[in-house]
Design a protein around this ligand. Structure first.
Ligand code: MN
Length: 135
């Protein structure tokens, strides 16, 4: 459970996936905000401050790779962990995704326990970096 209700920005255009992830995270004590495209996510980041971002790769208007590159290039946002959500779970894909600036990788179909552990680990390491003042 998240004692301080960490805020998750979920960027996903697929309705079923969005509902699934929203339900799982809400049940586990997270606060969810949602965007349907990379462009919408970037717009939201000018007014909200999520603790972590879950980013689908295939999105309308602007894909997850591009949106994440822009987020990570922004001094204000670069410390927010961004986890990719994608069906491309093939060998070698994970490395490609991490090389695009993502902090982790959630494969579809989503394994609930794995996803929750990845989120917890990334929130913990973000907090640690903030406390120690390192990048
Ligand atoms: Mn999609």
């Amino acid at each position: 459970m998240q004692p301080d209700k960490a805020k998750v920005l979920l960027v996903e255009d697929n309705y079923m996936n969005k509902v699934l992830v929203r339900e799982i995270l809400t049940l586990n004590g997270y606060e969810i905000i949602e965007a349907k495209s990379g462009a919408e996510a970037l717009k939201m980041l000018t007014v909200v401050r999520p603790d972590i971002i879950l980013m689908d790769i295939h999105l309308p208007e602007m894909d997850g790779f591009t949106a994440t590159r822009i987020i990570k290039a922004d001094e204000r946002n670069k410390r927010i962990p961004v986890l990719a959500i994608t069906a491309s779970a093939m060998k070698g894909e994970e490395e490609k995704i991490l090389s695009h600036g993502f902090d982790g990788y959630i494969a579809k179909p989503i394994e609930v326990k794995k996803m929750l552990e990845l989120i917890t680990a990334n929130l913990a390491s973000k907090k640690e970096k903030e406390l120690s003042g390192t990048d």
